[in-house]
Design a protein around this ligand. Structure first.
Ligand SMILES: [Zn+2]
Length: 394
């Protein structure tokens, strides 16, 4: 009897220890997006190569109890630098990507920029600060001002990133596409943001946000949701992996292949993680251009009318029998980035980002709802910006 008791006590102690270890090392709590493998594979048909950099509009909400938690602007800037390096494969530690995975490593061509205006159009530096009396956040209170957190800015237009004191053991978490608007975005513990100030070893490299933004853009963990060799993340160029990996062993194998320990969607410490794959990049860009299109900052894609160069070759021709529709012709052979409509005074009335459209394809624009008058149609390709003045008559 005594022996059984001791065994029981040992078992309980052992479990408590493992739980504590896991809790300490747990990078994120994440609900897998409701995306089927088939859906993800379809997305991968879009090639990542040769695409333009997409800019994502970001707002950081610092929710703090004291001065330590009220992290500096510089700490947030240090985080943005990491994020942009990681998503453009300019991170200095990309030289450490194992040889076997180097051909798969991707420049995701995503850039994260601080919002310059809030949702009401008031100029902002893209950082809000809210003092709270709320203790460590373990639920969704962080998303609501009246519960001691901070209301999101319009989540259809901004990637919202909350920085706060999270419950022990969680470094951060993110919501997948399709989440309720008020709670959509990323939450990061103030000790795991950026590379200076309150950032604590071994999660002081800014990789928690890199990982969580991957979830926000539709990625799962490398091992899928359940783990085991019959579960996967739905992405072809990441190997099947049996379970989460926390340590940084160079060559670890499971399910018959070398594990991609250094992938940002694994759970090793910050200085171990260093790349996304091309398949992951394609999924993230596809999510951005479809489910999350509103957070793309198109200002870099469509230049102001005054900066546009007038290209004589462009023609905008009314379609026969269609009062409001025009065909755009005369572009040199290229990929189109965007199309925009400006008023005579130069106000941007419409901007559309076009993915993978070739200038050789039939391109139309519909001005239904626009009053009669003079408009400028602007088409940006990879090389040039074309602008054409038209007289729109009903
Ligand atoms: Zn995760």
């Amino acid at each position: 009897m005594k022996k059984i008791d001791r065994l029981y006590i040992l078992f309980v102690l052992c479990c408590a220890f493992i739980f504590q270890l896991n809790a300490q090392e747990r990078r994120c709590s994440f609900d897998a997006p409701n995306i089927t493998t088939e859906h993800q594979q379809k997305r991968q048909m879009t090639e990542i190569e040769d695409l333009e950099i997409l800019q994502v509009r970001v707002v950081f909400h610092v929710v703090y109890q004291d001065g330590v938690q009220n992290i500096s602007d510089e700490q947030i800037f240090s985080q943005l630098r990491v994020l942009n390096h990681d998503y453009q494969k300019t991170n200095s530690d990309s030289v450490n990507i194992p040889e076997i995975f180097k051909p798969l490593a991707a420049n995701c061509k995503l850039q994260f920029v601080l919002a310059q205006q809030d949702e009401l159009g008031i100029p902002s530096n893209g950082i809000t600060r809210t003092q709270t009396t709320h203790g460590p956040f373990g639920n969704n209170d962080i998303h609501f001002t009246e519960l001691g957190g901070k209301d999101a800015w319009n989540t259809e237009k901004y990637l919202n990133i909350w920085i706060c004191n999270l419950a022990p053991g969680v470094l951060g978490y993110a919501t997948p596409p399709g989440t309720a608007k008020e709670e959509d975005g990323v939450v990061i513990h103030y000790e795991n943001i950026g590379t200076l100030g309150s950032a604590k070893i071994p999660y002081e490299g800014g990789r928690t946000l890199t990982h969580e933004v991957g979830h926000y853009l539709g990625l799962q963990h490398i091992w899928g949701t359940r783990g085991g060799c019959d579960d996967d993340d739905g992405i072809e160029d990441t190997p099947i992996q049996a379970d989460a990996i926390y340590d940084c062993s160079e060559s670890k194998f499971s399910c018959g292949s070398q594990d991609m320990v250094q992938n940002f969607m694994n759970l090793a410490e910050d200085d171990c993680l260093n790349f996304f794959t091309k398949g992951q990049a394609t999924v993230m860009r596809s999510v951005l251009l479809n489910e999350r299109q509103g957070v793309i900052d198109t200002s870099s894609l469509v230049l102001s009318i005054n900066k546009g160069s007038f290209a004589g070759s462009l023609s905008v021709v009314p379609l026969r029998g269609q009062k409001t529709r025009y065909e755009i012709k005369g572009l040199e052979n290229s990929s189109i980035k965007s199309i925009a409509v400006f008023s005579q005074s130069g106000t941007n009335l419409l901007s559309r980002y076009l993915l993978g459209v070739k200038s050789s394809q039939k391109l139309e624009i519909d001005l239904e709802g626009y009053p009669e008058g003079i408009y400028f149609i602007q088409v940006a390709t990879r090389e040039k910006i074309y602008t054409k003045r038209i007289l729109h008559l009903l």
